[in-house]
Structures are given as C-alpha cells and as structure tokens.
Design a protein around this ligand. Structure first.
Ligand code: SAH
Ligand code: SF4
Length: 360
C-alpha cells in the first residue's frame, strides 16, 4: 500500500492526530470507516505488541498496518522487583541509549515514574542522572511508551498515576512532553486523569508557563531542595539561571495546587532554620511538601539526614501549618532512584570488560 502516513509514526502523535492519519489512510484505501476506530484503539487504549495480535482485523489489513503504522517497542533490558513490590525497568532504545521507569504499588494505587530525557544536563549534586550528563531528548513515543510497555507486559499493572520523576528534566523537552501528556490523558489514549499526572521540574520557567497554559489540571511538582538562593546554588546549578524567587513567582502564577520536592541532605538543607524558611515559602505558595530521604546511590559524597532528624524536620513544617509527607524510600534494595540502575549496569559492564582483559 501507499507511502508512510507520518514520518515519525502514529505513536509519536497525539491520539487525535493519530486517529486523523489513520482515518485518512483508511479512506484512501476504500476501507470501511469503522476500521478507523478499530485500528486507532490498538495504539494506546487497548494496545497490541504487533498488529498481528489485533485479531479482530482482517489478515491483509494487519500486514498493511505493519508497513504503514509500525508499532515500535522499548526493549526491557532489566526488570528488577524489590521486596516491597516496587518494579524497576531499564529500557534499551533503538540507538542504544537506556532510560528507566519505576512502578510503585501502594494499596489500589500504582504510580509509574517515567523518564523524559536520556541523562540530564542540569547536574544536581545528589542525582545519579545528573552525573551522567545529557544524552538526548526522548520522543513522545519513548516517553508514553514506558506506560504502554507496562500494560503490554501485564494489563493488571496499568498505572493509576504517572509522575515525570525519572531521568531528565521534562520541561527542557517540552514539545515531546506536551504530546506525551495528551497521550497519557486523552480518553482515546491511556485515559489517565490529569490530576493523576504530575510533571516534576527544577523550575524551568518557560516550560512552567507552557504547562500552565494547558487547559487540563495536570499537577506540578517543583524540586526546591533548599529554601534560600545560596543553599540552593550549592546543590543545584540551575539556580544561576532560574533563581528561587522567579521560580516561586512562576509557581504562584500556575494557580493550581503544587508540591515542593525536597531531598533531605545531611548538613546541606536539613536544619531547623531551613525548615522554618521552607515552611514560609510553602505557606506563601500554598504548596504541599514531599520530603525525600537522600538515596545514597545517587551521591556517594553526601550523607542522608538521619531518620529522627527527618521526623523533626517534618513536624516543624506541620507545626507551622504546612502539609508535609515523608516519602518512604521505595525499592532501596534495587536502587530505585532516578538514574541509578543505568549507572550500575554500566559500572558492571566496565568491570566485566576489565575482568576479561578487553581494555588492557
Ligand atoms: N528533573 C526533574 C524530574 C526528574 S528528578 C526534577 O529534578 O524535578 C525527580 C526527583 O528525583 C527529584 O525530585 C529529585 O530530587 C529526586 N532525586 C534525584 N536524586 C535523588 C537521590 N539521590 N535521592 C533522593 N531523591 C533523588
Ligand atoms: Fe536533572 Fe532532576 Fe537529576 Fe537535577 S534532579 S540532575 S534536574 S534529573
């Protein structure tokens, strides 16, 4: 059959655009119009690993679809399951890059943490992905496809919530993240409610404005990590470009409930004075505070805040009227913090090469 429908493939389009492309192709080939819906729902709503699995379609159509609308895959290179039920996936992409997702079950809720870039340019000192540097942006398919792959592996694992808190800075890859949000949220896409989708950012202001301009109620999490400009600069180089005051002003303009993410690092941001300053900022912005224990794998030179200090820090926020939650470190036994599985895999490979004498 005829030329390719789109250069990037149907899975890189919003569900509405993909349906249009399929509809045009169906019409061009004189096929019945109801085929459009049958085909389109196989992209995201009721995904198939290959068109051959869409057995409601005639065999000749399935063959034609393989050529016209190929269904790319992310290859699960490693899947690790933690004792607490957390699953961590390392996906190998077509060009050899690798990114991670983490599926965290909690009661009836299944939260999937997805990556938006391979690596990250922003170099926060506590973050394994930051140490890797920037490799490249992910495509819309590579972002939303992390959810698709989970569903293909086991439909019962379909996430109820998605957070853009894996590798990369989502708001530095806005065009692809923009499309991926539509795929996740649209009823004819993955159908995940906008309030159950959270974009996490260090405060890329132009991106925050673009997210705010979308009509859906997507959630925003801001990685604050320090309550004053100088303390923030010591751990997050992005503070030079988008400073705390400007980020907080953009957060207020967002006009939807936001969350502050705050990794507690021993001696760097965990004093009572830090808690008091953070409480003031959170009250001003009407923000919830998520306190994250430092995952040691991300930063060998830094020290996690001891549990008793974490509790005292959280209580101090609550006593000042701030809603604060201490996130449990999920999947500690499988290195489930962003970027760590990939770093570990590469270290293992280097060791294996050294052991086999390949580099000597
Ligand atoms: N770039 C975006 C989104 C990805 S990072 C951002 O920074 O917000 C997602 C979260 O992982 C951030 O809140 C970050 O603080 C957290 N994180 C990174 N390294 C960590 C570590 N070593 N321990 C605990 N949390 C970490
Ligand atoms: Fe990048 Fe986020 Fe890691 Fe900072 S915490 S280096 S912004 S991925």
């Amino acid at each position: 059959m005829s030329q390719t429908a789109t250069p990037s493939g149907a899975l890189d389009l919003t569900p509405a655009a993909a349906r249009d492309a399929i509809g045009r192709w169906i019409a061009e080939h004189g096929l019945p119009r109801y085929r459009t819906d049958q085909v389109a729902r196989r992209l995201w709503e009721a995904p198939v690993a290959s068109w051959n699995d869409a057995t409601e379609l005639p065999a000749a159509l399935r063959v034609a679809l393989e050529h016209e609308f190929p269904l790319p895959r992310l290859r699960a290179e490693t899947v690790e399951v933690s004792q607490d039920g957390t699953q961590k996936f390392l996906w190998r992409l077509d060009d050899g890059e690798a990114v991670e997702s983490v599926l965290i079950p909690s009661g009836a809720r299944r939260t999937l943490c997805i990556s938006s870039q391979a690596g990250c340019a922003l170099g926060c000192v506590f973050c394994a992905t930051g140490r890797m540097g920037f490799r490249r942006n992910l495509t819309p398919f590579e972002i939303a496809g992390q959810v698709r792959e989970i569903i293909l592996r086991n439909p019962a694992d379909k996430p109820t919530n998605v957070v853009y808190m894996g590798m990369g800075e989502p708001l530095l890859n806005w065009p692809a993240v923009d499309v991926s949000l539509s795929i996740l949220n649209a009823p004819e896409g993955l159908g995940i409610g906008a309030r159950h989708i959270t974009v996490s950012t260090v405060g890329i202001i132009p991106g925050m404005e673009k997210l705010a301009a979308r009509p859906e109620q997507f959630r925003l999490a801001i990685s604050l990590h320090a309550p004053t400009p100088d303390r923030r600069l010591a751990i997050m180089p992005i503070q030079k470009k988008y400073g705390l005051d400007a980020v907080l002003a953009a957060a207020k303009a967002f006009r939807k409930r936001i969350t502050f993410e705050y990794v507690l690092i021993g001696g760097a941001n965990d004093t009572d004075a830090d808690a008091d300053q953070l409480a003031r900022l959170a009250r001003q912005a009407g923000a919830l505070v998520n306190l994250l224990p430092l995952h040691p794998g991300g930063a060998p030179d830094l020290h996690p805040t001891p549990p008793a200090r974490i509790r005292a820090f959280a209580d101090r926020l609550r006593n000042q009227g701030v809603e604060a939650v201490v996130r449990r470190s999920r999947g500690l036994d499988i290195n489930a913090a962003c970027g760590q599985l990939r770093v570990e895999m590469e270290a293992k490979r280097r060791q294996a090469r050294l052991a086999s004498g390949a580099e000597i």
